[in-house]
Design a protein around this ligand. Structure first.
Ligand code: BDP
Length: 709
């Protein structure tokens, strides 16, 4: 008895000691945790911020910057310097040329500062008015806010505040696929953060914290509602709700946009048609724009999904995408608004089905190059199918030199295991952005003038569904600011901010291998779209009975007794022809096609000889095995990190990584069972047979999978 009691007491004490060493965190603070620094680091930061000086009249934006600096210093140093009105030694000085005449034309920093544009900033240890200061300089208050976040990042990670940074892209946008009833299409982190019912009177503190997190990354626009939009969102009550959100986001440099349903005036019964060339319709949209801008003077504009997956659009009236986009663009142009028109289209039901869904956006949009109004951007998904674990870059990049294109990435992991499986998307973003289109535009990143990310943000306490999914929001923001940023550097920054310096290196290693792990256990060697119907969770390569051929996994993998893969060469759909000749030539031959895209572009026999010396069949099996092995490795690496992570976040991730192993095994076993049933080939020695017969995998169903809005 006595022994049991003291053992229990000892266990309790031990666990108290463990928790005391790293206090439990729930993830709400994201990467803005501002935990106490060690003594040496504290002294260094303290020396840079003995006082905080922002000359001139305070604005809501400088107030936000000051509040964040105070919050950060209170957390990291345990004390707040408070604002000072006079520059002194050791001041942290935030200034624009308008606020501090010394930064004007005569300043040695003038040229550098001017080059940074409206949103850039520079951090410098320098002398001002005879005092040693740490200077955060910018041309606007927003630039100062961005600079303040950069300085705090440096302080938290021990970097020297010597930077000069400006965004390459003008529009750095989140797209929320959030519905008005707070469900989120493809959302795996709870409900929508936008509580439309409570707005505009009740404003959640989360909106401000959302603004802080986004501003810390440089995100400057957000589309509040789903691309599959409803007419009601453009009615007066919802405009008032959006205006309340816009008021909160404004000081943080974030503009609000709305997804507009093309047939809104018709569905609201305020016009007799939605034809974009009808004067009645044009006048309605112009009036609607006036009404919105009255409530939200800096409203960003509209995002539109038209003639895609059942959504209405200009083609319903035999008009083109350009006619539709330009009509809306004319309505918002007087207010300096923009239209982001999505290129995610494929033949509507009943229409003649294209021979290859991958070709359709290019076929429809390329001929329209040059016919869009100046304030229209065409928003193109990173790949030609749909946010797969891996896709080659979309052929429209580089193909529409007269049209500004925005890349649309999906931050939420619809096809990559939701918020359960770990997959750091920085590597996916980097891979796409740095690809050379081999056209006059160069790397994909250079053809862009904006970037959009489908948000993974929800009402979950940790915002993103899992701690590691916060990194995908972070990476998107940092890479929208600088599309040349390296995934590894971004991961390192995030890991240090989120889990602390000591955990940085091993956490980064996990992140860097995670997405390839998912590719291997789901869709190796260029396979794609073989997920479950509708919810897109789990393997379903056998599905062949859906209404449209191009909804069926068998359409994409084309496995049969003779081989596997989609022939997109001239012998097949010739989708390759949509790429620059140099790329088309390289990918026309399986020998020169990057292995990761092999079955995307080629249909090859099972005994095709792979560079590894294995047959294609054996290689496919090896990839599935590697996926499972690497999922296990992620799990083990996390266990090794236990002493460095607080108990709560450790346990939450550990559960997910365990489940990821199960998901990986499921994918591997189901795909091997299915592809073996098609190939008729034996498993080579050393390859374990799937745990169950194929019918077992076919019988699994997930009627309540999340994310279907
Ligand atoms: C697909 C999603 C669907 C979206 C669509 C889109 O499955 O929910 O509505 O993309 O991007 O990936 O419009």
């Amino acid at each position: 008895m006595r022994f049991t009691f003291s053992a229990a007491l000892a266990a309790l004490l031990l666990s108290l000691v463990a928790t005391a060493s790293a206090a439990d965190e729930d993830g709400y603070d994201l990467w803005l945790r501002y935990r106490p620094l060690d003594r040496a680091a504290q002294a260094g930061v303290q020396a840079q911020a003995r006082s905080i000086v922002i000359p001139g009249v305070a604005s809501p934006t400088t107030q936000a910057a000051l509040a964040e600096l105070n919050r950060g210093l209170a957390g990291m140093l345990g004390r707040v310097p408070g604002p000072a009105s006079r520059i002194a030694d050791g001041a942290l000085l935030l200034a624009t040329p308008a606020r501090l005449p010394e930064l004007g034309a005569a300043s040695p920093l003038h040229t550098e500062l001017t080059a940074l544009g409206n949103e850039g900033y520079l951090l410098r240890q320098t002398r001002v008015q005879g005092h040693n200061v740490t200077l955060i300089a910018a041309n606007s208050d927003i630039g100062l806010l961005y600079g303040a976040y950069a300085w705090l990042r440096d302080a938290a990670t021990g970097a020297k505040p010597e930077a000069s940074s400006a965004p390459t892209l003008q529009l750095r946008m989140l797209n929320h696929w959030d519905n008005l009833d707070r469900t989120v299409e493809r959302g795996y982190s709870g409900q929508s953060i936008w509580d439309w019912w409570a707005l505009p009177d009740i404003k959640d503190q989360r909106y401000t914290d959302y603004a802080r997190a986004n501003a810390s990354l440089g995100i400057n626009g957000t589309v509040l509602n789903n691309v599959n939009s409803k007419p009601e969102v453009l009615t007066a009550p919802f405009i008032a709700k959006a205006a309340a959100v816009a008021d909160i986001l404004r000081p943080y440099g974030i503009k609000v946009y709305l997804s507009a349903r093309f047939s809104t005036p018709l569905e609201l019964k305020e016009t007799s048609t939605a034809d974009p060339l009808s004067p009645e319709v044009r006048a309605w949209w112009a009036r609607k724009a006036d009404e919105i801008y009255k409530a939200i003077p800096d409203f960003g504009g509209f995002l539109v999904k038209a003639n895609s997956e059942g959504q209405p659009g200009p083609q319903d009236y035999h008009r083109s995408h350009a006619d539709g986009a330009n009509m809306l663009a004319a309505a918002v142009a007087p207010h300096k608004g923009i239209v982001m028109w999505r290129a995610f289209v494929y033949a509507p039901k009943g229409a003649h089905l294209a021979d290859d869904r991958a070709k359709q956006a290019y076929d429809e949009f390329k001929p329209l190059d040059g016919s869009f109004a100046a304030n229209v951007l065409v928003q193109v998904k990173n790949g030609a199918i749909d946010f797969q674990p891996r896709e080659p870059f979309h052929p429209l990049f580089g193909a529409m030199p007269k049209t500004p294109l925005m890349m649309e990435f999906q931050i939420t992991k619809e096809y990559l295991g939701y918020s359960t499986d770990m997959a750091y998307l920085g590597t996916l973003f980097e891979e796409t952005l740095e690809t050379d289109t081999k056209t006059s535009t160069g790397a994909v990143a250079q053809t862009l003038s904006g970037m959009a990310g489908v948000a993974n943000i929800g009402s979950d306490r940790n915002w993103a569904g899992s701690h590691f999914d916060q990194a995908n929001w972070y990476a998107f923001g940092r890479m929208a600011w600088n599309p040349q940023a390296k995934a590894r550097d971004v991961a390192a920054e995030w890991a240090a901010l989120t889990f602390g310096k000591r955990a940085e290196a091993p956490v980064v290693d996990m992140m860097m291998m995670s997405r390839e792990t998912v590719v291997n256990y789901m869709t190796p060697l260029g396979l794609h779209h073989i997920m479950g119907t509708g919810h897109h969770f789990g393997p379903a390569p056998w599905v062949d009975n859906l209404e449209r051929p191009d909804w069926n996994p068998v359409y994409y993998h084309r496995a049969s007794r003779d081989g596997i893969g989609f022939d997109r060469t001239a012998k097949g759909s010739n989708a390759l022809e949509q790429y620059a000749p140099e790329i088309a030539r390289q990918y026309a031959d399986p020998k020169t096609t990057p292995e990761q895209f092999l079955l995307w572009f080629h249909h090859l026999p099972w005994d095709y000889a792979m560079p590894s010396g294995r047959t294609l069949w054996a290689e496919l099996l090896a990839r599935y095995d590697k996926g499972v092995a690497d999922a296990r490795s992620l799990q083990a690496r996390w266990v090794a990190l236990k002493p460095l992570i607080d108990a709560r976040r450790y346990a939450e991730e550990a559960q997910r990584l365990n489940r990821q192993v199960n998901n990986a095994v499921l994918w591997r076993d189901a795909c091997i069972a299915y592809f073996q049933s098609v190939s008729g080939l034996a498993l080579p020695p050393g390859v374990t047979a799937p745990a169950h017969p194929l019918d077992y995998y076919k019988s699994l169903s997930y009627p309540y999978a999340p994310g279907r809005g």
